[in-house]
Design a protein around this ligand. Sequence first.
Ligand code: SAH
Ligand code: SF4
Length: 390
Amino acid sequence: MSAPITQDVLTIPRKLPDTGRTNIVGLSREQLLEALVAAGTPERQAKMRVGQVWQWIYHWGVRDFAQMTNLAKDYRQLLADKFEITLPEIVSRQVSTDGTRKYLVRIAGGHEVEVVYIPEEGRGTLCVSSQVGCTLTCSFCHTGTQKLVRNLTAGEIVGQLLLARDDLGEWPVQGAPKDETRLISNMVLMGMGEPLYNFENVRDAMKIVMDNEGLSLSRRRITLSTSGVVPEIARTAEEIGCLLAVSFHATTDEVRNKLVPINKRWNIETLLNALRDYPRLTNSERITFEYVMLAGVNDTDEDAHRLVELIRGIPAKINLIPFNEWPGAPYKRSSNNRIHAFADIIYKAGYASPIRTPRGEDIMAACGQLKSATERGRKSRAAIAAEAAE
Ligand code: SAH
Ligand code: SF4
């Protein structure tokens, strides 16, 4: 694409140095308390110290113990000796003509994941990754062509939000009037990976993100997207309580088996049964059904009618995603007319059916286009096309 983009490439060492210090980012309050006590904090002070350190890091965005001015100087030194406040490092940042920013971020071991910031009228959404690669192989997804390398730690998941706030300069200034407008007002777990295959780390990270004395993002502003890992759906309601999006994408098991192969394990009916309980468990919120529009594959009027029949009774919104093409992809995007006709049927059946505007396409930041350069090419294009045609 010819649209001008900017790109900064930062030169950093390929391997993060191992300092032997404990990284505080990603520790729960309980873990931090234990660690502070183990480092010599008197037990009776420990809870208060947790609160202070927590606020410095997650409310004020401080990265240096020396700046934690309500702590005694020798205590700050003790913290600096035993702990660190480390985030994944931004390797490159691309800014799209539409304002979308895509960060390539390096985590321990030299692996890379992508983080995308999408500014919109009145809100801004950060799309974070939960795994390096993905074990699932959805045939229309670029990440699905990449093998799973590893799960991200809770610290690496929270760290994506911290580094984006650093880059956007979004930390409160002490003494300045409180500013309620937030550049990053929403967060979606829709980057690389299947969040429900990394449940504990995702849950622990979201608890930090939702903590009221820190990043303080409400659970209603966090959306977790799953391809349909049924046993973890009720757990998500109970242990995280965020909004849920489901990569639905097809209205028959035959087609969904090809597009979202996890369907062979938990089919449409099993998935829908799990979804029916979710809104009740989390206080009657709507579930977002994501539906990628693939020309000639899942986009007929019959599909639209079947879709509304299937989800009947579930409070839902259907998010239609025009397929984002990537080099070698075995599908084409449905035409605009087709997408609108499909949306219309759903809308007339009583469901909101927004068509997602692809964002950051010029920098390959749109849904399903994420894939880091280091992990590229693990699976051949031919293999993907063959699977899709099975
Ligand atoms: N693994 C999770 C979350 C990441 S994918 C999941 O599958 O839900 C985020 C969304 O982007 C999913 O709905 C996914 O199906 C969709 N997606 C993947 N590749 C896409 C592509 N090439 N074009 C449009 N949407 C895509
Ligand atoms: Fe993995 Fe989601 Fe892509 Fe499927 S759509 S391969 S689950 S990241």
